[in-house]
Design a protein around this ligand. Sequence first.
Ligand SMILES: Cc1cc2nc3c(=O)[nH]c(=O)nc-3n(C[C@H](O)[C@H](O)[C@H](O)COP(=O)(O)OP(=O)(O)OC[C@H]3O[C@@H](n4cnc5c(N)ncnc54)[C@H](O)[C@@H]3O)c2cc1C
Length: 289
Amino acid sequence: MITMDYCKPRTVDEALSSFGDDSVYIAGGTDLGVLLAEMLISPVGMIDLCAIDDMKGISRSDEGLTIGACTLISDIAAADDIPDCLSLGAAAIGSPQIRNMATIGGNICNASPCGDTLTPLMVLDAEFELKGAGGRRALAAGDFFRGPKKTALEPGEILTAVRIPAASLEGSITGFRMTGKRNGQVISQVNMAVWAVIIDGKIENIRISAGSVAPVPLRLIRCEKMLQGKTAAEIMKDAFMKNLAAAAEVEITPISDVRAGEDYRRSVSGALLVDIVTDLVSEGVKDED
Ligand SMILES: Cc1cc2nc3c(=O)[nH]c(=O)nc-3n(C[C@H](O)[C@H](O)[C@H](O)COP(=O)(O)OP(=O)(O)OC[C@H]3O[C@@H](n4cnc5c(N)ncnc54)[C@H](O)[C@@H]3O)c2cc1C
């Protein structure tokens, strides 16, 4: 049997001061609980972040959107005032039971390459607000993920909130797709998010991120460059789409594992990108009519 100290602070500062050697933070516990059950970790202290009200909820201001790190995945999936790619990514996580316990902060800090909110946050240019013994700092999503289950968090540091800048919210459309071995309660073999600004039928700006295809969620910069400045008519040509899919397949660095083979991940990445781009371009052109 494992014995440990457990505390449930009400403020971030209280949580920080409770953190000691061999402590862990817990939010929904849906990742941490697996490690504990399998005795892969044996912390001496567990600090539950879920009673910290300042770390919960979704709010909007002129600067953009702020999502507290302890906001439930189910609340993000159900929110209608956040970009589609993020609510769809959240809705793709686990089952209703998992989504009702899991938090966005846990999904981020767990840093699994297949985490379903990570690619949406990458394309939304999200910034993570961190607080530790040394004070507050903010880090871009792209600088936070350092490898499978590895992040830029310093020991004891807490992710307090996720910020999505207003520039990522206004006048843009987004999409998210994933593939898994079945439709529900399944970890992504590949997931992909796209953010785009389409004006007069032309892609003015685009960001693409693929997950479960590299040690960290990847930006597909080469594919973005292929699409940037292109018109819907140019994009919708078969030859262009074939080249786009081929570019996605070589831009990623997947491995084979229990969920999918490397070759499958490559070909499905190309197909997902073509699907999302087709949807967004059609939607972007329709919105302008
Ligand atoms: C059956 C099942 C199905 C699942 N399906 C999916 C899926 O389809 N897609 C997917 O992406 N994930 C899936 N997961 C994984 C998991 O549910 C998510 O990653 C979830 O978002 C984790 O959130 P949590 O609050 O439960 O994190 P926890 O388990 O509480 O914490 C995870 C890690 O993050 C750290 N942490 C948590 N919050 C903070 C914070 N604010 N600051 C600093 N560190 C923090 C913890 O110390 C721990 O190391 C599944 C898990 C299970 C058990």
